[in-house]
Design a protein around this ligand. Sequence first.
Ligand SMILES: Cc1cc2nc3c(=O)[nH]c(=O)nc-3n(C[C@H](O)[C@H](O)[C@H](O)COP(=O)(O)OP(=O)(O)OC[C@H]3O[C@@H](n4cnc5c(N)ncnc54)[C@H](O)[C@@H]3O)c2cc1C
Length: 500
Amino acid sequence: MKPSSVIVIGAGVGGIAAAAHLARRGVHVTVLEKNAHPGGRCDRFSRDGHIFDAGPTLFVMPLVYQAEFASLGVSMQDLLQLRQVDPTYHLAFDDGSGLSLTSNLKSMREQLEAIQPGSFAGFLRYLEEGNRHYELAMRHLVNRDFRTASEFFNLRNLPLLFSLKPLVPHYRNMSAYFDEPRLKAAFTFQDVYMGLSPFEAPSTFSMMSYTELAHGAWYPQGGMYTVVEALLQIARSAGVEFVFEAPVERIETTGKTVQGVILGDGTRLQADAVLANADLPYVYKDLLPDHDLAEAQSHKRFSCSTISFFWGIDKPYQALGPHTLFLADDYHENFTSIIDNLTLPEHPSLYVHAPARLDPSMAPAGQDTLIAIVPVGHLDEKGGQDWPALRERARDAVFARLATLGIHDLQDHIKFEVNYNPLSWHKRYNLMNGSTHGLCHNLMQLGYMRPRNRHPRYHNLYFAGASTHPGTGIPTALISARLAATRILDELGLYPGDTR
Ligand SMILES: Cc1cc2nc3c(=O)[nH]c(=O)nc-3n(C[C@H](O)[C@H](O)[C@H](O)COP(=O)(O)OP(=O)(O)OC[C@H]3O[C@@H](n4cnc5c(N)ncnc54)[C@H](O)[C@@H]3O)c2cc1C
């Protein structure tokens, strides 16, 4: 009997992992990627001996990686050389004070008590809540495939409305633990990774700061792109075929079935099912014929974007730690500018990554590689955002912040600069609105209400990746891939298993 065939659109983390799951079960899988190499947002480039991770720089939720690699039949430790990064971040505040987030409780006690006497007890209670949210959310929301509304909206899930505090804004919830605004900021900024402001994010997301501290932030030697290389190795050895520089122009449909895809050069490819890893709202808008559904997607809430700078530096800045976060005093105003006004805050919070602190091979000997990420509003469909001017302002903000740490001469030592803005994210990876994290994770875009892993109209069109269930981030993309692949296998009748 001829094996079932699946076409995967996009070789992002979710696409490669889903392809590997399917191929391991005997499906003939072809991955079509518009770019010349795999990885999508988890991209890498190098120049003059400097190596840059273009997107992700933080390996968090290690237990999820471990479980997902195991579900692909391999041990994560065999493919990735991981080291723990502790302290995870150094936080630098506007008043010159700092906080190094670490899993060393003695150090946390000393630092927290110096900022707000008595706050260590609040911190321990906050961690307890984060632990509860992590365990419950992973079990009941993230690691589940909600195929019907009743699987989500049922009496059994009702207690989650109270235990996960989805209706309480995260920042407001912080008052139960800390008075000091710097500490409220220190344990809520991670909501940006979900594309949200802590002033609207559900308190459920205390799970993010919890996992960073309890399970650690890690670094794979060679950078985050080694995760892509590991997945690629698994997929290739399972027999997945990859075709690069193969942009899909259209998904062919007949009635409620998809037949296959048409490539940019007119080639027609057929398959029993199609799995789209490309950004879901883009797929609805550009690859499918249903304007009503595309319109509905485009009105959903999108995450923010970034202006990112990649610098090759001719001398090392050893005093700069691997992950430094500058948190602005006008924390609320920062989010309003980014999320409501779709622009760059006057005085932006920002992040600087120095990978050579963790892995000297990321820069030539005696030099440095720096990445600065400045969150900014996503593309405004009305236009009107002056990206060259915003880029200049963002760059000046990075220099000014580094000067507060005693680094005054960076401009004189930059050998070259590469920069990305929301237009770049849009053009490179077809991300709708240039939103780096896809659809955001507000209450109305979580669980069953997030676009699901199967299209509502076409029974053999599936999705895996950041804008679909369960959401953004590499660990979540791996879960999304497994859920989508399991559903395909179930529905092709190949794998009547159930990983829900
Ligand atoms: C700046 C930044 C920082 C981040 N930091 C972190 C972090 O520290 N930790 C973390 O875990 N996550 C982080 N993320 C999020 C993480 O990178 C993403 O959630 C994850 O990589 C998304 O993977 P995905 O499976 O959705 O695929 P994507 O990366 O979206 O890949 C989809 C692929 O589809 C391809 N494609 C699109 N259209 C077509 C077409 N028509 N035909 C063929 N191919 C097509 C694209 O080129 C792309 O390769 C960050 C992201 C960014 C941008």
